[in-house]
Design a binder for this molecule. Structure first.
Ligand code: PPE
Length: 307
C-alpha cells in the first residue's frame, strides 16, 4: 500500500509507522470493530472530501449498532479528517480515508463492555478499486456461493468489520474462479450487494437497485439515485432475482472505493453489448463531475480542505 506521513489516533496525529497495537487487542480475536470509507478528490480549489458528514455519521451509527462507544463527536471526527488530508500533503488526484474504531488491549472473553475503545483515521492514495481497465471496459462478476448473512443473525446495515469475513470469502472465490468481483445474494436468493459495493442494473431504460434490507446503506447508491433522477431516469428500488441479472441491459457497482464500476459479464452471461453501457457511462462521468467539484448543483456535498 501507499504509506502516508501521519495517522490520527485517539485524538493525536502520530507518524504512520507508530500507529501500532497490542496482539491481544480484543477486535483481533473477536472481530467487533467498525470502519468507514470516505474519499477526498483534488478539485480546482484543492482537495474536497465527498459527503464527509454522511460518512462520519454512519461510522457513529455502525458503532452504536455494534455496542462500541466512540468517545468523539461527529464534528471532532470530521475536523480530524480535514486536518489529516491537510498535513499529509498528498499529491494524487484522490485520497481514500479510513476512519475506524475497534476494541483494544486489556480484556479477554466475549463480554466487551470494559474493553477500551480505540479510534483512528488513516488516509492514503489508492488506485482504481477494480482496476483502471475495469472502469473503462467493465468487470466480470460472479454470484458467490455463500449468501449475505440473514438479518436474524447479523447487522448488514453496520459497516462492521465482522461483516467482511463473508465479503472476503466471496471475493476470494470470485477471483480464484477468474472473475473480478463477487455479487452476494441475500438468504432469500435476491441480490444484496457486491463484496464491497452496491449494485444497479438497467432494464428498458430504467435503473433498478435492491432495497437495503440486507445491505449497507450505500452513500454512493444514494448519490446515484439522486443524480439519475435529476437526469430524468426512473429509479426503482426492488428485489432482483438471480436470473434477472442475466438479462440486464446494463449493470454497474457503486461504492466510495469502486465509484461507478461498469459490469460487462455476470456468471458467463454477457451483460448487454459486453462493454460499459451508455447509461452507465453517463452516470459514471456525471459522478466524477460531482466529486471533482465540476457540478455546482452538488457542491454542497463537498468539504474543501483549505491549505
Ligand atoms: N456494500 C459494502 C459491503 C461495502 O463495503 C461498501 C463500501 C458499499 C456497499 C458501498 O458503500 P458506500 O461507500 O457508502 O457507497 N466499501 C468500502 C470498503 C471497500 C474495501 O475494500 O475496503 C468503500 O468503498 O469504501
Amino acid at each position: 500500500m501507499n504509506a502516508a506521513k501521519y495517522i490520527w489516533m485517539n485524538g493525536e496525529f502520530i507518524p504512520w509507522e507508530k500507529a501500532q497495537i497490542h496482539v491481544l487487542s480484543h477486535t483481533l480475536h473477536y472481530g467487533n470493530g467498525v470502519i468507514e470509507g470516505t474519499k477526498a478528490y483534488k478539485t480546482d480549489k484543492g482537495y474536497a472530501i465527498f459527503r464527509l458528514n454522511d460518512h462520519t455519521r454512519r461510522l457513529k451509527e455502525s458503532a452504536k449498532m455494534t455496542l462500541i462507544n466512540i468517545p468523539y463527536t461527529v464534528e471532532e471526527l470530521d475536523n480530524a479528517q480535514i486536518e489529516l488530508i491537510r498535513i499529509n500533503e498528498f499529491t494524487g488526484d484522490n485520497v481514500y480515508i479510513r476512519p475506524f474504531a475497534f476494541l483494544g488491549y486489556g480484556v479477554m472473553g466475549l463480554y466487551h463492555k470494559d474493553a477500551p475503545v480505540e479510534t483512528a483515521i488513516a488516509a492514503w492514495e489508492w488506485g482504481a478499486y477494480l482496476g483502471e481497465e475495469g472502469m473503462q471496459r467493465g468487470i466480470r462478476l460472479k454470484v458467490a456461493s455463500m449468501t449475505r448473512p440473514a438479518n436474524t443473525s447479523n447487522m448488514g446495515k453496520a459497516k462492521a468489520t465482522a461483516n467482511y469475513l463473508n465479503s472476503q470469502m466471496a471475493k476470494f472465490e470470485a477471483i480464484e474462479s477468474g472473475y473480478d468481483e463477487a455479487l452476494l445474494l441475500d438468504d432469500h436468493g435476491y441480490v444484496a450487494e457486491a463484496s464491497g459495493a452496491g449494485f444497479f442494473m438497467v432494464r428498458e431504460g430504467k435503473l433498478i437497485s435492491p432495497p437495503n434490507d440486507n445491505s449497507l446503506e450505500s452513500i454512493t447508491q444514494k448519490t446515484v439515485i439522486e443524480y439519475a433522477e435529476d437526469l430524468g431516469y426512473e429509479v426503482i428500488r426492488r428485489r432482483i432475482s438471480r436470473e434477472e441479472l442475466y438479462i440486464a441491459d446494463e449493470a454497474f457497482l457503486t461504492g466510495t472505493a469502486a465509484e461507478i464500476t461498469p459490469v460487462r459479464e455476470i456468471d458467463a452471461r454477457i451483460v448487454g453489448e459486453g462493454h460499459r453501457g451508455p447509461i452507465t457511462e453517463k452516470i459514471q462521468s456525471g459522478y466524477f463531475d460531482i466529486v471533482f467539484g465540476r457540478n455546482k448543483k452538488y457542491e454542497h456535498y463537498l468539504t474543501y480542505v483549505t491549505q
